[in-house]
Design a protein around this ligand. Sequence first.
Ligand SMILES: *[C@@H]1O[C@H](CO)[C@@H](O)[C@H](O)[C@H]1NC(C)=O
Ligand SMILES: *[C@@H]1O[C@H](CO)[C@@H](O)[C@H](O)[C@H]1NC(C)=O
Ligand SMILES: *[C@@H]1O[C@H](CO)[C@@H](O)[C@H](O)[C@H]1NC(C)=O
Ligand SMILES: *[C@@H]1O[C@H](CO)[C@@H](O)[C@H](O)[C@H]1NC(C)=O
Ligand SMILES: *[C@@H]1O[C@H](CO)[C@@H](O)[C@H](O)[C@H]1NC(C)=O
Length: 475
Amino acid sequence: MRLASSNIFMLVILCNLILFISLTVYINTKCPFIATTLNIHTSYSSLADGWNPIGHTLDEQNLLHDMSIVVAAWPENAEDNIPTVPCLSADGHLLVLSVGASRIRYGVSVTFITVYPTDMKTVLPKNISSHPLSSNQQSLWCIFSDGSVTPVYTYDSKYGNDRVSLLDCPLSQFAKDQLWKLNQTIQVYLASTTTKDRKIPILKAFVNVPIGSVTSSNSSQESFTLCTSPLHNKGKYLVQWIEFHRLVGFSKFVIYNTTDTDDYLSTIINIYTQKYPDLVDVVQWNFSTLGLVDAISSRYFQVEALHDCLIRYGDQSEWLGMIDLDEYIVPLHPYTTIVDYVHENFGRRIIGSINLRSQFFCSKNSDSYTAEENDANRLTIERFRFRARNLYESGREKYLYRPRFVQYLSIHQQLVGLSKEQPSENHITLAHYISMSQPRTMSGCGTNEYVKDTSIRDRFAHRVKNAIATLMNKH
Ligand SMILES: *[C@@H]1O[C@H](CO)[C@@H](O)[C@H](O)[C@H]1NC(C)=O
Ligand SMILES: *[C@@H]1O[C@H](CO)[C@@H](O)[C@H](O)[C@H]1NC(C)=O
Ligand SMILES: *[C@@H]1O[C@H](CO)[C@@H](O)[C@H](O)[C@H]1NC(C)=O
Ligand SMILES: *[C@@H]1O[C@H](CO)[C@@H](O)[C@H](O)[C@H]1NC(C)=O
Ligand SMILES: *[C@@H]1O[C@H](CO)[C@@H](O)[C@H](O)[C@H]1NC(C)=O
């Protein structure tokens, strides 16, 4: 299930090397990728000069040239019958869930989050037949609405049950200006020159960037963003989770909303929007129109959501995490906020992530709740008073990422990026209330294994309740 640690070590070395080289190239050229405008008025022969994207052939160049002219001629908002993300591409080879743009990713990139190629058949409705090529077997290109073209770089990774498949293409200067200077939505087309008979792009996407909505918290200049895993009807646990994490310094919350959420979520979001504008964003993470199911149903494209969060919010967040609503990131004495902890211990050091090891809070009996544990009027941090004696260390950790230094993630790992830090377990912990929504047992939670621990409750419950009261107070 897991890579041998020596492999991971090699991977990290390799990636640092690649990063270093890319950085050097970037500094030397100020442009890590080659982007060229294929202008209708440019003569074809002059086009070839200086246009040297990776892996192109003359045939492809002709095809792309024609396609980019077609695209540039389409009026804005044209109904062009090309599928729009989220969608299956017109040639059936790519299933794309979302798209985002980032200034800190490989210079400036637009990233398509796609379903891992061999998973496509599993997750698509049975009546769609397709024989997906993996993206690195295809020759893919981004075409922007002025006709500029950039090459697509591909990444497919399988890490246990976690699979991720991303396409990155550099933004052309035109697209960059539209997005950030003019803060407009851009239209980007994905073209494939894998089959020579296609005359038009295989899909299109609309991309925009969140506008300066992450504010840094008071105690430092850094901004901290927390994304939820796809939500699955756990809305009733949301407010206390947000208010707790607000108290410890997070300044932006992003809710990944699936199909199976109830109206209560909308009520909460409305309250937040009125009371604290820009604190909470909702990302629709349902693909019901496509009839998609996740290969692992309880996760509902969680690894893809994690990358969506990284790409969408990475630009604005010095630190970013994605955790479940039964997980709480807790600063320990002498720290009162995560901001102070991170600031004092890591400052501006170049690291990819801080490892947060889970500390399981157990139910007293593995198959039923005590009266206290069952009391829905209590906060999650009040209900559970027993925890596993030792930190659970095998693969259940989560991370606080530094988005500018990481590229690829899995749920419990940072796969590619700069060094991971193991913080002192005396300073920060990830309290994991495993039985929050149903009694569960985990290692360390067996009879006589757990210890009583009310420290989080004692430190925070009162303040969280006050914060909730303030939030709900309509005046
Ligand atoms: C697949 O079947 C469902 C229901 O039977 C239908 O709604 C959908 O349009 C079909 N999809 C395709 C691509 O034929
Ligand atoms: C967005 O762009 C418009 C001009 O198109 C500008 O007036 C406005 O200030 C911009 N908003 C932000 C938040 O940058
Ligand atoms: C941040 O500072 C402002 C103004 O000084 C204050 O009103 C606000 O309560 C502070 N927020 C936090 C989370 O401390
Ligand atoms: C969450 O998603 C559901 C279904 O996709 C939708 O009905 C609901 O309005 C969404 N809630 C919010 C707060 O966006
Ligand atoms: C998400 O859910 C909403 C409301 O149920 C629906 O209108 C929308 O089409 C869904 N989006 C996708 C991509 O399935």
